[in-house]
Design a protein around this ligand. Structure first.
Ligand SMILES: Cc1cc2nc3c(=O)[nH]c(=O)nc-3n(C[C@H](O)[C@H](O)[C@H](O)COP(=O)(O)OP(=O)(O)OC[C@H]3O[C@@H](n4cnc5c(N)ncnc54)[C@H](O)[C@@H]3O)c2cc1C
Ligand code: SF4
Length: 484
């Protein structure tokens, strides 16, 4: 373990952010890394628990405690404390293809499960993870890992989000010829086009793509499988051209708010707004009419990560005000540890974007939008009780010239790819495939990530991509040596 008495001697000390007034002037990351000594001191706090809940249970069910990819957290905490960063990096990569992504944007269920979280002072696991992988890149320890033998089998991975990338990397390392098909101009999925640069800069994706190309993965961009027009690829032809297909296209159908006034100009899905700004930062052409929050009162409907990203982007564009509405009641300030630990607790959290000055209101239902000359100007809202029923007499109005719908995603897009392949869907409209073989209703077609499990987290997408690669490897060769 780290230092036997470390948790008694060292206080939890985590990365800080640059001040709001500074950081909203740009789209770069604003987290200030700890020094090497500070990271080692933090790693020294790890107690190497008999049952390290941080490490996860190995279950793939949502809501299970600890790390979804089963990072060997106590082991690399000790390695960092000992100063053996290179071995820590090797250990970290044995369970996680892309720790520089999770080290930046994971909500860190590991920290919620840490024994030291019983009194609110968990080990700074995410910060230590990020420090290990950043050092590994700086030191040149991360290189293409080439397979000893090639299998002669060909796999097409459709979708280059974290699930597709993890799946492709694992399959290439098992010796298969892997082709990734991505409808957009660059790889990364929501990592690139959803999550803003101020949460994760995109050069981290680019250098992983270089590593993967070095491992033999071939990327086909602007290739819309099951789409129409330039770059369209017919998935039925792929069934003949490839030995197996992995469907990792995400859950891209947004939840709508079909209420009176919805057709007014100025009401947009979050994912019409956020990718535009990411493309501007990435110097890619912006598609569709420009949507800007500049000099507007903005209302974001929906309280999750996507809503927070809309807030931070709006402030950087110069919004006059940003208000976030949530239909759920306000969660408790502090969880009841006796009831929740080591599980992920429902409690009040303030994201860095919310802390930039957003007003937040809970238990609010928007009943209609109104405006003049076809443009939205107001939301008409009401407060709801704990059964989401409107409370009479609590109606109120909010002014807004830009309204962003961030209420999540219902399932993957069915038109095109999924309909053409004819794969079965589950009750929620996701691709039906279980977590033991990731196989769809077509034997040589597999699925992982948000397309299979519904909207989730980057860390779950990585986990599923890895397990899906294992399943495909076993399907193609009768066995697999790929790690989980
Ligand atoms: C705005 C936003 C912020 C988020 N923030 C966080 C966060 O901070 N932390 C976190 O853990 N999670 C976050 N998430 C969730 C996380 O991004 C997703 O769970 C994760 O990216 C899912 O990975 P995936 O690979 O399954 O799908 P995606 O990332 O959605 O990737 C799917 C890819 O497939 C491509 N594709 C789809 N259909 C086709 C087709 N027919 N042909 C070719 N290509 C296709 C898409 O273009 C896309 O590139 C956020 C989500 C959003 C929307
Ligand atoms: S639960 Fe916390 S203290 Fe225990 S092994 Fe994991 S990181 Fe270390």
């Amino acid at each position: 373990m780290g230092k036997v008495t470390g948790f008694l001697e060292v206080e939890r000390h985590d990365r800080k952010y640059t001040p709001v007034v500074e950081r909203i002037k740009h789209y770069n990351e604003f987290v200030i890394p700890l020094t090497e000594k500070e990271v080692r001191d933090q790693a020294a706090r790890c107690m190497n628990c008999g049952i390290p809940y941080c490490h996860g249970t190995g279950s793939v069910a949502p809501g299970t405690p600890g790390c979804p990819v089963n990072n060997q957290i106590p082991d690399w905490n000790d390695l960092v404390y000992q100063g053996n960063w290179e071995e820590a990096a090797r250990n970290l990569h044995s369970t996680n293809n892309f720790p520089e992504f999770t080290g930046r944007i994971c909500p860190a269920p590991c920290e919620a499960s840490c024994t030291l979280n019983i009194d609110d002072n968990p080990v700074t696991i995410k910060t230590i993870e990020c420090a290990i992988v950043d050092r590994a890149w700086e030191s040149g320890w991360i290189k293409p890992e080439l397979p000893a033998v090639k299998t002669g089998k060909k796999v097409a991975v459709i979708g280059s989000g974290p699930a597709g990338l993890a799946c492709a990397q694992q399959l290439a390392r098992a010796g298969h010829e892997v082709h990734v098909f991505e409808k957009y101009a660059k790889a990364g999925g929501l990592l690139r086009y959803g999550i803003p640069d101020f949460k994760m800069e995109k050069h981290y994706i680019d250098r992983r793509i270089v590593q993967m190309e070095g491992e033999g993965v071939v990327f086909h961009y602007g290739a819309h499988v099951g789409g129409s027009g330039d770059g369209a690829v017919d998935p039925r032809a792929m069934l003949n051209d490839y030995d197996a297909l992995a469907l990792t296209g995400g859950a891209e159908a947004p939840r709508d708010l079909p209420i009176p006034g919805r057709d007014l100009a100025g009401i947009h899905y979050a994912m019409d707004f956020l990718p535009q700004q990411n493309r501007r930062v990435g110097k890619e052409p912006v598609t569709g009419t420009d949507i800007f929050a500049t000099d507007k009162h903005v209302v974001v409907i929906g309280g999750g990560d996507t809503g927070s990203d809309c807030i931070g982007t709006s402030f950087r564009q110069g919004a006059k005000s940003v208000t976030q509405l949530e239909i759920m009641p306000a969660p408790p300030e502090r969880e009841n540890k006796g009831l929740t630990w080591p599980n992920w607790p429902l409690k009040m959290r303030t994201s860095s974007s919310q802390a930039e000055g957003a007003a937040r209101d809970y238990a609010v239902l928007t009943q209609s939008f109104s405006g003049t000359e076809g443009k939205v100007a107001k939301l008409h809202c009401v407060r709801v009780d704990d059964k989401f029923k409107p409370v009479p007499g609590t109606e109120f109005e909010l002014e807004a010239e830009l309204i962003l719908l961030a209420m999540g995603f219902v399932h993957p897009v069915h038109e095109g790819l999924l309909k053409l392949l004819g794969v079965e869907l589950d009750q929620r409209g996701n691709v039906r495939a279980n977590t033991s073989d990731y196989q769809t209703s077509r034997p040589n077609v597999f699925s992982a990530g948000d397309m299979r499990r519904g909207q989730s987290l980057v860390v779950w997408a990585i986990r599923e991509g890895r397990l899906c690669a294992q399943a495909i490897d076993r399907f193609l060769t009768g066995r697999t040596d790929l790690p989980r």
